[in-house]
Design a protein. Structure first.
Length: 391
């Protein structure tokens, strides 16, 4: 059981928020460097590209600031905690990792802040970290149990065979995966992702590389479909080295960016580029569950040849009268999703749920347009294909 923070310790942590805002990234860069020097085996758990681009360092810095600013009401961070915990469960983060992370994080705070990090402040952060770690461990324990106990679920990694490999565009290929053991797989929730274990083509790279990919088809118990854009180590491994008949290792589906298949609210799905993958699963899953469900799909990409699932989306429009689509090709016809397009999609007298997936700038623009149109934040759900908060 973690120790409780005293009022004095809460005050110390809260007062450190401005310092963390200024030095947060320096602290997290120091933390990751020291962590990996002491525990190189943990490199098997991290996205190396995000490390090189300092995305994980910035994400963790943001987390430290949020924890300091909300130290008196950590329960307000629970929705974010669940998102992170889903990622941790997918990456197989375990309770024994938390003391290691805590030790090096506190050391990094002390190293970067120097004399500004008093013994009292470090002690306060040690207690706070213990509380936060306990919350994560508890939430993740429930998630591990839930996924293992569901029909077709499993723990750890499971081997899957590539039943079909289908090019979707010049850069995107779909992989249809079936369990090597021939047993059933779970009915995931549309919008979820899996973690796949990949390998670098660099012979000097001894580490496994983990990457999350959205499941891109409606839930079923026959196969998982991943539609992967070639843009990094694992995606290159999948495109160039994994052929039909090959086996890959996956963790069970995870993620909080999901839609309710039993609901009646209209789904407005707004995507850009490869961000279409989880929304395709939502559209097909929702319509198969209730063919009269109203679904409006807005997708932005460069041109028709780059439009992943063009034929599938067209087929949905032909099959379901409740389905509507709008396509925006920036290079082919100079069309982009504008505020006017968003205003037309918003129907004040209709219950709607908005799901947005794509690059961060795209999501920010669309989210702002929805706010200006009067849509409540409770009805806007986003997924950015960059790390929110790492281990």
């Amino acid at each position: 059981m973690a120790k409780a923070l005293t009022k004095e310790q809460m005050s110390l942590i809260k007062s450190s928020a401005p310092v963390l805002a200024e030095y947060g990234t320096a602290i997290t860069k120091c933390f990751y460097s020291n962590l990996f020097n002491a525990h190189p085996e943990l490199l098997h758990l991290f996205n190396h590209s995000n490390q090189k681009q300092t995305k994980q360092q910035q994400a963790l810095a943001n987390t430290l600031y949020a924890a300091a600013a909300n130290i008196e009401q950590l329960e307000s961070l629970l929705p974010v905690v669940r998102q992170i915990a889903q990622k941790h469960r997918s990456l197989q983060v375990k309770p024994e990792h938390y003391p290691i992370v805590g030790h090096h994080l506190l050391a990094a705070i002390k190293e970067v802040l120097g004399n500004d990090a008093s013994d009292e402040l470090i002690e306060a952060w040690e207690v706070a970290y213990g509380i936060i770690a306990e919350i994560f461990i508890s939430v993740e324990k429930e998630m591990y149990q839930e996924v293992q106990e569901q029909e077709g679920g499993w723990s750890g990694y499971r081997r899957f065979t590539v039943k079909k490999k289908k090019p979707e565009t010049s850069l995107v290929t779909s992989f249809y995966l079936v369990p090597e053991d021939g047993q059933t797989i779970p009915l995931y929730v549309p919008g979820q992702y899996i973690t796949i274990k990949g390998y670098s083509q660099d012979e000097d790279d001894e580490y496994t590389h983990l990457r999350q990919y959205s499941l891109s088809d409606a839930p079923n118990q026959e196969y998982f479909r991943l539609s992967i854009k070639r843009d990094g180590t694992v995606s290159t491994y999948m495109h160039q080295q994994v052929e039909e008949g090959a086996t890959v290792e996956l963790t069970a589906p995870a993620g909080e960016f999901v839609t309710d298949l039993d609901g009646d609210d209209e789904l407005v799905l707004i995507s850009a580029g490869i961000g279409i993958t989880p929304l395709m699963s939502m559209a097909k899953g929702a319509l198969r569950a209730k063919r009269t469900r109203s679904v409006h799909f807005l997708h932005a990409t460069t041109h028709k040849e780059a439009h992943v699932f063009f034929n599938e989306v067209e087929q949905l429009e032909e099959t379901y009268s409740s389905f509507k689509r709008d396509v925006f090709y920036s290079e082919e016809d100079s069309r982009r999703i504008t505020t006017e397009d968003i205003n037309q999609a918003v129907r004040p007298n209709q219950k709607q749920q908005f799901y947005i997936c794509g690059p961060e700038a795209f999501i920010q623009d669309i989210s702002e347009a929805l706010r200006e149109a009067g849509v409540s934040n409770d009805h806007v759900h986003v997924e950015v294909f960059t790390p929110r908060i790492p281990v």
